[in-house]
Design a binder for this molecule. Structure first.
Ligand SMILES: Nc1nc2c(ncn2[C@@H]2O[C@H](COP(=O)(O)OP(=O)(O)OP(=O)(O)O)[C@@H](O)[C@H]2O)c(=O)[nH]1
Ligand SMILES: [Mg+2]
Length: 365
């Protein structure tokens, strides 16, 4: 299965209806004058951000979206009906680009936010409009204007506050299933997880925080090896990284360094993102307390980050880890939500955190 987080779609706004040429015909009114109505406007294609979608999966099956045409103008000065707009629902966090030029059209962040991407054509003027002292019986009407047509690219970055990263098999999926209601596949071989999984973890205050279990990164990820580039892109908008290390590995410090080097090589500020380190699988190291402490000291010195000893399976050390994560998130708050008016001037903020509505299926009990 492929995680669809970008999609290309074609949108066609409705054409405007043609203007009408008609004349009044009434008893006892010999020259009734022009009475052709204007055509209705074509419908526009509008994107709207909604809470109930979290992926762009729907766009795998539907590629072309059309709005209705405007109706022709009628006789007796009747204006044609306008075509209905076509609303396309996208998940919050969708960024919209012109596919050919790559120009940014807008960034849909909040539920209910809209972005008009193809304007409907204006209706043509009916002959009534051309009535003047010089021309009492105009035979002229205008055709409706064509609706806009464009190819757009939708891009969705994962909407998570915390990204769980690490080498394959570190226990990332096990951890997210211990912390949240998400139930990704867990197995004792690398690359079990091929698509990022989201889980919502409740804070003691009651609100939820979204964690993303990112598929294992390996050396060369920044060059695209092991699909790493895709996944590094996903974690760009997380506010905090939870770096999970398999404590039973021969050299957990080397594992830390490998991932850290990939973050640095990828750039985009990922290596400066606040990080919390967790050494996992300590249930399997239980007797070797000295080795555990030694590892903590080494990693703390190397990274300057808080280091925790945990077991995702036995669920030990998780409370302390979460407390540190909440503190970390508080000291790195999301940028303020004063969003620019995207309809008039699209702007992308370089490091904005997107808000994910909490889905009832992924809450911690
Ligand atoms: N003993 C022990 N085993 C663990 C622990 N956490 C995970 N494991 C085991 O480690 C193996 C890998 O776990 P996953 O959760 O699939 O690892 P992952 O990091 O998601 O791996 P990828 O998806 O391949 O990147 C599984 O066999 C888990 O049962 C732990 O705390 N203790
Ligand atoms: Mg996994």
């Amino acid at each position: 299965m492929q995680f669809i987080d970008h999609a290309e779609i074609e949108v066609l706004a409705g054409d405007g209806g043609d203007g009408m040429v008609a004349f009044r015909r009434e008893k006892y009114v010999p020259a009734g004058g022009p009475a052709g109505g204007n055509g209705g406007h074509g419908g526009s294609v509008i994107l709207v951000a909604v809470e109930h979608l979290q992926t762009l999966l729907d766009f795998r099956y539907a590629h072309i979206f059309k709005a209705d045409k405007g109706q022709r103008g009628g006789s007796k000065n009747r204006t044609g009906a306008s075509g209905s707009d076509r609303l396309i629902e996208v998940p919050c966090g969708t960024v919209v680009y012109e596919a050919e030029t790559g120009d940014l059209l807008g960034d849909l962040v909040h539920p209910g936010q809209t972005l008009c991407i193809a304007k409907g054509g204006k209706g043509g003027l009916g002959n009534r409009h051309f009535l003047s002292n010089r021309n009492r019986a105009p035979e002229q009407a205008l055709p409706g204007l064509p609706g806009e047509h464009c190819l757009i690219r939708l891009e969705l970055k994962l909407l998570a506050d915390v990204g769980i990263i690490g080498l394959p098999n570190a226990g990332k999926s096990t951890l997210i299933s211990s912390l949240s209601a998400a139930r990704p596949k867990v197995a004792n071989y690398p690359f079990t997880t091929l698509v990022p999984n989201l889980g919502v973890v409740r804070k003691p205050t009651g609100d939820g925080v979204v964690f993303a279990d990112i598929p294992g990164l390996i050396e060369g990820a920044h060059e695209g090896i092991g699909l790493g580039h895709e996944f590094l892109r996903h974690i760009e908008r997380t506010r905090l990284l939870l770096h999970l290390i398999d404590g039973t590995e021969d050299d957990p410090v080397a594992a830390y360094k490998t991932i850290q080097m990939e973050l640095e090589a990828y750039g985009h500020g990922l290596s400066d993102r606040p990080q919390i380190i967790a050494i996992n699988k300590i249930d399997a190291l239980a007797t070797d307390l000295e080795r555990q402490q030694q590892l903590v000291n080494q990693l703390q010195e190397l990274s300057g980050c808080p280091v925790h000893l945990i077991s995702a399976v036995a669920q030990t050390g998780l409370t302390g880890l979460l407390q540190d994560i909440w503190t970390g998130l508080e000291s790195h708050p999301a940028p303020s939500s004063t969003e620019p008016d995207l309809e008039s001037e699209p702007v992308v903020k370089p490091d904005n955190r997107l808000e994910l509505p909490i889905s009832s299926t992924t809450q911690q009990s």
